[in-house]
Design a protein around this ligand. Structure first.
Ligand code: SIN
Length: 540
């Protein structure tokens, strides 16, 4: 690890595989997706250490984002309308103040990204080009080269970060545990990535920690998320007493490319925004009878419809051939490439699709400044539950949430910076620490069972029988999953999702229970702590 780390402060101290690093930071950021990088840039010049599990830019959901960022920029569009769309799609659980605050700050954050060098698509007059996605009342998504927003944004931020001396990146390092003292954060425990949370972690002290660890799609066997998105942020925060909200709301993207690939590549919703149709084997547009907006209905409704077509044997496809046609080459190069990797030519045949876990609406409860319930711990991006998404997220609101709260968190920390002086911390890491092949194989088998169980039993549709069976399977797996900090975290976050799903005796947004298909009008957001989970789990 020592040789691979960027902005490394000291080199190896001896000829064995142990390295000592000196740190002097005000802030530690765990995670190097859009939320982590943008927040670090906004924190400059405060000394900040970012911990990245892979080499910078790799393994993050942000990098894979195809759609773009929603912002009320177009003629006649207003932040209020964007907020209304967000609230309407969120199944009655959106925090309206947060929706208004986020949509109002969207334009300024797009300006920031332009300043950081993001080459958003513009028309001949120099105006930003806007795409349409489901449940937006107008074209509102800023994009890059059609469907390359995530990769382009990340690459611009990485370039800017290289010229920002206050940011140090520790690469190929993972955090699996947080340190706390009297309900106040005291740092993070780090491991070389190759150790996968086995053996001892080293304490990297810090009085301000921002978790930007992303989502939990990898807890499900079908997901559009990279395998780093395994929900560890929720588990780490819960273990030090943080409150978790709405973990049961998992958004399944309706149009993952169904080609037996793990993770499943995405066919962006912007394709439907440009007119692509959802059809079954007979070529019938099944969404037309289900919702007045047909293919552009809210994502939860489309995901369930696709799921039902597949389960009924009628099949589900995204037809771009007779709709977008050869214009795909200019506007959707990533989708064409992903299809090619799966041996599909979307210019001549419909794309086989299936729903896949894509985004977690709930997470670590945060306030309007991204603060969790633990002093010194902020959460940003998908790992946080800001209240913006309610029970169902509006497309392309996730990158927006990351930059709006990244900016708010940075301002919050700038406002208090003088109260927590930096100290020099020396830590020693064993660069050669790796998981034993035998344990790795054993844990991989348990992870596979866990992921299949989550997709089958806590998936697009749920019921009491399936959820109870999921608890039984997880109880069987638990002793083995306790053998590494990483899998312990995966197990705990799965328990949160499962418990949330068992407790919510209704259907709303992305949480659909076939045994409780109605919405309970008085149901509210879910707030859970570690003890609630363990008690419920042990008694189910
Ligand atoms: C997509 O491009 O379909 C995904 C966008 C999002 O999840 O917001």
């Amino acid at each position: 690890m020592g040789q691979k780390s960027r902005n490394k402060i000291t080199s190896k101290t001896n000829k064995t595989a142990t390295s000592t690093y000196n740190f002097q930071h005000e802030v530690i950021i765990v995670g190097a997706g859009l939320a982590g990088l943008f927040t670090a840039l906004k924190l400059a010049p405060l000394p900040t250490t970012i911990i990245a599990a892979k080499s910078l830019g790799k393994g993050t959901s942000s990098h894979w984002a195809q759609g773009g960022i929603a912002a009320a920029i177009g003629e006649g569009d207003k932040p209020e309308t964007h907020a209304e769309d967000t609230i309407n799609v969120g199944a009655g659980l959106v925090d309206e103040n947060i929706a208004h605050l986020v949509t109002k700050e969207a334009n300024d954050r797009i300006e920031d990204l332009l300043k950081f060098g993001v080459p958003f698509d513009k028309d001949l007059e120099g105006k930003l080009q806007l795409s349409k996605e489901a449940a937006h009342s107008t074209r509102r998504i800023v994009r890059v080269e059609g469907d390359r927003a995530g990769a382009a944004i990340m690459s611009a931020l990485i370039e800017t970060e290289k010229n920002t001396p206050s940011i140090r990146i520790l690469e190929q390092v993972e955090v699996h545990k947080l340190a706390v003292e009297a309900n106040s954060i005291n740092g993070v425990y780090i491991w070389p990535s190759a150790a996968k949370g086995t053996g001892e972690g080293s304490l990297l002290k810090g009085k301000r920690v921002i978790l930007a660890t992303g989502g939990c799609g990898h807890l499900f066997s079908k997901t559009t998320n990279p395998n780093m998105a395994r929900g560890e942020g929720i588990a780490m925060a819960a273990q030090i007493g943080a409150v978790i909200s709405d973990p049961e709301f998992i958004q399944f993207h309706p149009t993952a490319i169904d080609a037996d690939l793990d993770p499943a590549p995405l066919a962006t919703e912007a394709l439907r925004g440009e007119g692509a149709h959802l059809v079954n084997k007979k070529g019938e547009r099944f969404m037309v009878d289900i919702h007045e907006s047909a293919e552009l209905a809210p994502r939860d409704i489309v995901a369930r419809a696709v799921d039902r077509e597949l389960k009924s044997g009628r099949g589900a496809y995204l037809d771009c051939v007779n709709t977008i046609g050869s214009a795909m080459k200019d506007h959707f190069p990533t989708v064409i490439q992903k299809c090619k990797e799966a041996d599909i030519d979307p210019l001549v045949e419909p794309i086989p699709i299936a729903p896949a876990a894509h985004f977690q609406m709930g997470g670590i409860v945060t306030d309007a400044n991204g603060r969790s319930t633990i002093d010194g711990l902020w959460a940003c991006g998908e790992v946080a539950s800001t209240g913006l998404h309610g029970g169902n997220r509006l497309a392309s609101n996730s990158l927006l949430e990351a930059v709006v709260f990244g900016n708010r968190i940075a301002e919050d920390i700038h406002n208090e910076a003088s109260r927590r002086p930096q100290e020099t911390i020396a830590i020693t890491l064993n660069d050669e620490q790796t998981i034993s092949p035998k344990l790795d194989k054993k844990l991989s088998k348990s992870i596979k069972t866990l992921r299949e169980m989550m997709f089958q039993n806590v998936g697009v549709e749920r019921d009491e029988k399936g959820l109870t069976e999921a608890v039984r399977i997880l109880k069987d797996l638990e002793p083995e999953l306790q053998e590494s900090e990483k899998t312990k975290n995966m197990c705990l976050t799965a328990k949160f999702i499962l418990t949330g799903a068992i407790n919510r005796l209704e259907s709303r947004g992305s949480h659909y229970r076939t045994d409780k298909p109605e919405k309970n009008k008085s149901a509210k957001r879910t707030y859970l702590k570690l003890d609630d989970i363990e008690n419920k789990f042990n008694n189910t």
